[in-house]
Design a protein around this ligand. Structure first.
Ligand code: HEC
Length: 442
């Protein structure tokens, strides 16, 4: 896996882990104590909305309407019942046959029943004194108040139309000491235009993009130096966080973190898409630091295959990649990235006897690039073979397919395809990404 995993797809995308904290701790519905009486908004519905919906359905959330007040709940009551019964909401795409994930926001059967019987009973308000205290959300952040927010220095202008080449911006952290980050979230200022963002960590000794300008946006083709131009698209730098619409923040326990060495820069790699209206974006990343240096360091690795051709018209085309782990590690989470023709994505362990153990199977939806954090992190030994498999629907039956007559290759734009299985591992705090890929001779 060394080479393939290490390389960064010119492309980009996403990551990370999880709104875990936000979704755990489902309160017991009080309807149980209310006996046979119908559920009410304040006593029974609002707690579910707070815990499972408001992370998106709130003022300044990513969903089109807030679900914070009785009036809002009642207005959307029928749709709430329909969307939750069909399990379209809250969005979650892991096949429940494989794995358990700590950021799974899915409702229990009983919670769905409560919502549906509330709607059937005419969506009664009940007594406001039964309401839980309102949940406080920081403006835009789904994480607690960040210790530091590092914004792009300059906003990027996005044209009304056409493809936009990947845009980079190098932003100094100003950190005078090594800094461990346990929680982070990317906040685009124009979320509708951000197809993905990858935030790389560039330590002071790194030669990556050294001749490129700092603090101003640039694209690979705007760089004069051929080495820089090439470098823009290939790096083995560690990733701080990957963002795509619907992706969740990174949230690690205090015993783990991502290391941002003293004097590092953050390199924003932004993929903007256009929607007919010119705009500008100045994305930011919010960071919460570990209380003290953690025992384990989190690295984001990837399984990538960029050598496929998806023939026109096929509706279930399979692409795979695999590699063996060079060192022991603890597997924490996954973030698959494919484009509009993507259908399913799977992570497996291939055991020495050939048996395949599926760790995650995602029924992929391009508009929801979620990360999947293992409820129980998995210890993996050096030599473990990991496999990622993607399936694509390049037929005219795929409503998202931009062109069912095209043979499709790897490429940055959404009408091209990608095949990247990001995954996060924890390693001893003293290990870095380069050393992780040094194989011990056995
Ligand atoms: C991760 C973000 C997220 C979460 C969590 C979430 N939603 Fe949504 N919801 C959305 C977005 C975005 C839309 C807009 C439509 C779309 O993109 O699918 C939406 C649309 C809806 C709609 C409108 C569908 C229509 O008819 O237009 C309803 C109703 C809804 N959500 C209810 C819920 C309920 C109830 C919950 C919690 C149990 C929930 N959602 C959790 C993001 C979310």
């Amino acid at each position: 896996m060394t080479r393939r995993v290490l390389r960064t797809a010119a492309a980009f995308s996403v990551n990370t882990l999880a709104a875990a904290v936000l979704f755990c701790g489902t309160p017991v519905s009080r309807s149980q104590s209310a006996g046979k009486s119908d559920p009410t908004f304040y006593a029974d519905i609002l707690p579910i909305l707070q815990d499972h919906c408001q992370i998106c359905h709130r003022a300044s959330g990513i969903a089109p309407m807030p679900l914070q007040t009785y009036a809002q709940g009642r207005q959307w009551a029928k749709a709430i019942a329909g969307e939750t019964e069909s399990r379209r909401m809250p969005p979650w795409f892991a096949d429940s046959r494989f794995g358990h994930f700590s950021n799974d926001p899915s409702l229990t059967g009983q919670q769905i029943e409560t919502l549906v019987s509330w709607v059937n009973a005419g969506a009664p308000a009940g007594d406001p004194r039964d309401a839980p205290s309102p949940r406080k959300w920081d403006e835009g952040w789904n994480i607690p108040r960040p210790d530091r927010v590092i914004s792009m220095t300059r906003p990027v202008s996005i044209p009304a139309r056409g493809d936009v080449e990947y845009t980079y911006e190098i932003v100094p952290t100003g950190f005078t000491q090594d800094t461990w980050v346990r929680t982070s979230q990317v906040l685009p200022s124009s979320p509708g235009h951000v197809h993905h963002a990858v935030i790389y960590i560039r330590p002071p000794e790194s030669k990556w993009l050294r001749r490129a300008p700092v603090g101003v946006p640039f694209t690979a083709s705007s760089l004069k130096d051929p080495q820089d131009r090439h470098d823009a698209e290939w790096t083995d730098s560690d990733i701080l966080l990957v963002y795509a619409p619907g992706s969740s923040p990174d949230q690690w326990p205090d015993s783990m973190g991502k290391l941002v060495p003293a004097g590092s820069d953050l390199v924003y790699q932004m993929h903007y898409t256009t929607d007919g209206k010119a705009a500008s974006d100045r994305s930011a990343i919010g960071l919460i630091f570990n209380g003290h240096p953690p025992a384990q360091r989190v690295l984001t690795l990837q399984l990538t295959n960029d050598r496929f051709v998806i023939p026109p018209g096929l509706d279930d085309f399979r692409v795979e990649v695999h590699g063996t782990l060079p060192n022991d590690c603890t597997l924490l989470s996954f973030l698959p990235h494919i484009h509009l023709r993507g259908k399913r994505f799977e992570y497996n362990i291939v055991h020495p006897d050939g048996q395949i153990e599926t760790l995650l199977l995602v029924n992929y939806d391009f508009h929801w690039q979620l990360s999947y954090r293992l409820a129980e992190p998995r210890q993996l030994k050096a030599g473990t073979e990991l496999q990622a498999v993607a399936w694509y629907d390049n037929s005219s039956g795929n409503p998202h397919n931009p062109d069912a007559t095209a043979a499709v290759h790897w490429g940055d734009q959404t009408y091209d395809e990608m095949m990247v299985g990001f995954f996060d591992v924890a390693v001893p705090a003293g290990m870095d990404k380069q050393r992780f890929f040094v194989r011990k001779s056995r």
